[in-house]
Design a protein around this ligand. Structure first.
Ligand SMILES: [Fe+2]
Length: 63
């Protein structure tokens, strides 16, 4: 579940990043709003990644 949430966060990050790039100079106000949302999503992804690293059951077992 945590891993799936991390994947979803990363998909959201990619989408917001593409949207911000599209907006570029077209609409700088909306671009700044999207960049703020993007920053929050990046924090969520970082938190989930750290949580996964610290979760013994989530670690990959050696083959
Ligand atoms: Fe999020």
């Amino acid at each position: 579940m945590i891993r799936e949430n991390l994947v979803a966060e990363r998909i959201a990050i990619d989408s917001y990043r593409q949207f911000a790039n599209f907006l570029a100079d077209r609409d700088s106000t909306t671009r700044r709003l999207v960049e703020q949302i993007l920053a929050v999503e990046e924090e969520h992804a970082d938190e989930l990644a750290v949580f996964l690293e610290d979760l013994p059951s989530a670690r990959k077992k050696p083959a």
